[in-house]
Design a protein around this ligand. Structure first.
Ligand code: HEC
Ligand code: HEC
Length: 289
């Protein structure tokens, strides 16, 4: 009896010890990934701006999800505040109090196209692996608009990763360090014509890839507690919908089958701002798969 108890205690201590060692590994490996300084070589970016470009930049801030994360006024917010996962703060992108200081066009480009800070270390969470696929024209519009934002005075705390955040990051179960998924040597495409074409649809579908995968066939949930991701290629429900039904779904969140999509799982409050041309192009692309 005593012997069994002894082995039980040993076993328990071993489990605790290996858990602790794994945590140490997760902590230090993540810290070292976050401290990595990327040596990137991005050619200078000549910023163009006029009122049409600024209007497009403002629209892109909505449809590319910037306002969703950085707040409606782009003044930043506590994006995630979870004792286990951590505190993730989106910075104030304006030049008000607590905002970006001495932030050049090049710094904007490095953040969006490479997912890196001014110091060239990885930014947390921001999906730059998607933004790095944007055209020069779209990046130009976003940066031009970003640089002239109405100042917002908002001082926010610094982000800090929690216990579970470190474990999930080291298991690559959450997209904590998107810079690692960026092809840093990729050259920018000038622009893609905004027309109802498969090409334009494919360009827009990069925004769906993070969840629906490159194939658009969906799969397992993107994070614990979320539903499986639907197949939106021609082999899924979308294949049976008319263009009008597709557009209505992405504008209202209600599918032709009568299902109400939750905006925190499937961000239709973002796609509702897409233009008709954008939604038609996406439909064309998805049906072609
Ligand atoms: C999923 C949420 C999310 C989305 C979407 C997002 N961001 Fe971010 N962004 C963040 C977070 C979080 C940080 C801070 C990362 C850090 O502190 O390491 C950040 C950082 C930045 C920075 C760098 C600031 C700095 O201090 O270097 C800029 C610039 C920026 N975002 C602009 C944008 C723009 C423009 C868009 C839309 C095209 C956008 N973000 C979309 C979450 C997001
Ligand atoms: C943050 C993750 C996420 C992103 C980004 C995302 N989706 Fe979804 N989408 C989902 C999930 C999860 C479901 C399934 C929801 C459910 O079953 O309730 C879904 C469902 C759908 C549906 C309904 C499919 C059906 O059969 O009912 C359509 C259509 C759709 N998404 C289109 C898109 C398009 C187009 C984009 C890009 C512009 C996109 N989604 C971006 C997560 C996402």
């Amino acid at each position: 009896m005593k012997k069994i108890l002894k082995w039980f205690v040993y076993g328990f201590l071993m489990i605790l010890l290996s858990g602790f060692i794994f945590y140490l590994y997760a902590y230090f490996s993540t810290q070292s990934r976050l401290a990595h300084v990327y040596n990137i070589d991005t050619p200078p970016f000549v910023l163009q701006t006029d009122s049409a470009i600024l209007a497009e930049g403002s629209r892109l801030m909505t449809v590319k999800g910037c306002r969703d994360c950085h707040g409606e006024d782009l003044g930043g917010k506590l994006w995630l505040n979870d004792p286990m996962l951590g505190l993730i703060v989106t910075p104030n992108l304006t030049n008000g109090k607590g905002g970006l200081e001495n932030y050049s066009t090049h710094d904007w480009l490095v953040a969006l196209k490479h997912g890196l800070s001014k110091k060239r270390t990885p930014l947390l969470i921001m999906p730059s692996n998607e933004f790095s696929m944007l055209t020069e024209k779209d990046l130009n519009a976003l940066i031009a608009y970003g640089k002239q934002l109405e100042p917002v005075d908002r001082e926010l705390p610094k982000s800090s990763i929690g216990f579970l955040g470190y474990l999930l990051t080291s298991l690559d179960a959450i997209p904590m360090i998107p810079a690692e998924k960026v092809d840093h040597s990729r050259q920018l495409t000038k622009f893609v014509e905004q027309e109802v074409t498969v090409e334009f649809g494919q360009y827009l579908s990069v925004a769906c890839e993070g969840c629906h995968r490159k194939t658009m066939k969906g799969g397992s949930p993107v994070a614990p507690g979320f539903p499986p991701v639907a197949d939106i290629s021609a082999s899924g429900n979308v294949g049976t919908w008319t263009e009008a039904e597709f557009i209505r779904t992405l504008r209202t969140g209600k599918t032709p089958e009568g299902k109400m999509l939750k905006q925190e799982e499937m961000p239709w409050t973002i796609t509702q701002h897409y233009t008709d041309v954008e939604l038609k192009a996406l439909y064309l692309y998805l049906k072609s798969l």
